[in-house]
Structure formats: C-alpha cells, structure tokens
Write a protein that binds this ligand. Structure first.
Ligand SMILES: [Fe+2]
Length: 359
C-alpha cells in the first residue's frame, strides 16, 4: 500500500544550559511566550524580548483576539510551555495577518489557509504529552457556543522544536499522569487510525513501550531526570506518529468532556481509550506486535495497567459527570476528521454504551 510520511521540523534535544545558550543567540523582534512560573523557575533571561507571560490553558477565541490586539507583530515566536502555549503560538503565527477581522469568522471560513505571511515559531514543550511540537495544527475553543476549532495548515509546523527534558520536571503528579496518558492516546489512536502505516506503527509501538514502562516509574519519582527524558521521548514518538495519522474516536469523544466539564484534555482522551481499543480490536494491524509493545498477553493485561497507573480514577463519575449528562455528551461526541478516522465509526448508541461502561 502507498504511504508517505512528512514532518518538516528541525528537532533538537538540548540540556537546559545548551538551550539557554541557544536562546541567548536571539535578539530583535521576538515574541516570547512562557508563563511567569516557567520564566522564574528556570531563570530565563527575557529582557530583550516582547513577553507574553500569562498562563493560558485551552486558548479560546476571545483570548486569541485580545492577544492579537495587544502585541506588536514579531519576526519570530518562541513558545515554551504545554500544548496550550504552543497552540497559542500557532494561532498568532497564522492569524496575526487578519487581526482586524473577526476571529470566529476566520476559523469558520478558514481564510487563514491563504496566509503567505505566517510568523515563524519555535516550540519548546514543558509537558510530555500534547505532541504539539510535532504537528501542524492547533485547537482554539469557542466556549460560548460549545464548539472547538482546529487551525490546520501546512505552514504551521514549528520551524524548530527543542526537546529539553529538565523543563518537564516541574509537572506535579496529576499533570504528569494526564499528559502521559494524552501521549499514550496519541500513540494508540495513531496505531489503529485509518491512515496508519508501517512507519507510524513503529513510532507508535515505541511510544507505547516507553510510556508503559516509564509513566508508572516517573509518577513514583517525579524528580528523576532519566524518567522525565524517557517520557519526553515517548511523547515525541507519539507526536511523530499521530502528526501523520491524526487521532480517532477517543479524542473525538474527549472534546465535549473538556468543553462541558472542564476535564483536562489528557484524562478526557484517556477515559475511553481502553473501551475504544476493545471495540477496534478486530481492525488493528499487526496485533501481535501491538501486544508485544505492551508486554501483554491479552487486552486484560492492558486494562490492568490503566487501572493501576491511574489508581482506578479513569471513570466519568470521578470527573463531575452525572449519568443524566451522558446523552448530551453523545450529541457532541462525533467530530469529523476524528470519529471517521477510527476504523469503526461508532453510532450514537455505541458512544453511549462506551460512556456508560466507564461511568
Ligand atoms: Fe491529545
């Protein structure tokens, strides 16, 4: 079968000092996106830059519009943070040109696709999970209307992505678990996605192998830099895999969970992961190699791992969802480009069944 693999990004793995040296080489009209906490914890010298240091999670249309009005057009953006900060860099890069227009209209009509003046940017993840350093898309939320938009354009791959394990070491236990599970969801969903191919499956399996081993270890020893480095690589390989396949049913069902109940993206994606795996099982390629990556004999072994790593927390009832909410979640759970990327397109009844089995 024909397939192609494309990620036009320069990746560097740096230790913190090398990264700071690299940062000091830049001057001029640079927009530096990082929270105050990140800037202070790692003593980043940013006086030369235009700095955006609010900590923003899940950027929405209002936030993006306000920021576009508030900044001066930079020549380069450097974003150090979780997926939200890197997504914000992508939003600024693609939408700055249109800052006098209504952002919601732009997102709906996708006029930004014609942008020939996008702003170059460097992505530096501080979490090991979102994979945003590997992809050409970003999520912008419209909480007023319970909607989620993807900005998605070939020019939106980061120009460079820097992998610096030390930067991920400030995550607490909860964020380490949530982002680690998000990375695992990217790897697993990529594996069974419709466009999955031999190469993306190698990347996905390696990611699964690493996360299966190192997520429990790092959760028991948050300061261990070797474990942090392994998790960053696990997330990176998942990012490389799903950058070319995208995600599937679990991410599709996750969006209303985040929108309606504020559930962290990683937990929202991971909640349905095992139930989706079970239902997809007959359609998964190279099953033996998949089980091998898990070091599992059967699906029950995988279920056991999820229960143990999460302390049995992956249940809707633990995240403020009531049983009566399930039909409303179902109505918003089918995102095009995600659900139809799953080997089976689940019906509303099947989605309801999945949600009931994780209640
Ligand atoms: Fe994700």
């Amino acid at each position: 079968m024909d397939w192609v693999y494309n990620v036009p990004i320069k990746f560097h793995e740096y230790d913190l000092n090398e990264m700071k040296r690299r940062l000091n080489e830049f001057s001029g009209n640079i927009l530096f996106i990082a929270s105050k906490r990140v800037i202070n914890t790692f003593s980043f010298e940013v006086s030369n830059f235009q700095v955006l240091n609010e900590s923003i999670s899940n950027p929405d249309v209002h936030t993006v519009q306000d920021i576009l009005n508030q900044i001066k057009k930079p020549d380069l953006i450097i974003a150090i943070g979780g997926g939200s900060s890197i997504d914000l860099a992508k939003a600024i890069s693609s939408l700055y040109e249109y800052k006098n227009n209504d952002i919601l209209d732009l997102l709906k009509n996708k006029n930004y696709l014609d942008n020939t003046n996008s702003i170059p940017f460097i992505a530096v993840p501080t979490t090991a999970g979102t994979g945003s350093e590997c992809t050409k898309w970003a999520t912008i939320w419209d909480f007023d209307n319970n909607k989620k938009y993807s900005i998605d354009a070939d020019y939106l791959y980061p120009n460079e992505s820097w992998l610096v394990p030390k930067l991920t070491s400030t995550m607490d236990e909860n964020l380490t678990l949530a982002t680690g599970l998000d990375a695992l969801a990217h790897a697993m969903e990529s594996y069974w996605s419709v466009p999955s191919n031999k190469y993306t499956r190698v990347l996905a399996r390696d990611s699964i192998r690493i996360i299966k081993k190192y997520l429990p270890l790092v959760l028991s020893d948050l300061d261990n830099l070797e474990y942090r480095q392994e998790m960053l690589m696990g997330s990176f390989f998942a990012g490389l895999a799903f950058s070319n396949t995208r995600t599937t049913a679990s991410h599709s069902i996750s969006y209303p969970l985040t929108m309606m109940f504020g559930i962290n993206h990683g937990f929202a994606a991971a909640l349905t992961l095992f139930e989706v795996l079970k239902r997809n099982w007959n359609y998964i390629a190279e099953k033996d190699l998949f089980l091998d990556a898990w070091d599992a004999k059967n699906l029950e072994d995988i279920k056991k791992w999820f229960d143990e790593v999460s302390n049995n927390r992956l249940k809707l009832s633990n995240f403020g969802v009531n049983k009566e909410d399930i039909p409303n979640i179902v109505k918003l759970a089918t995102t095009s480009g995600r659900m139809d990327n799953n080997p089976i397109i689940f019906t509303e009844e099947e989605i309801e069944d999945i949600l009931n089995s994780i209640y």
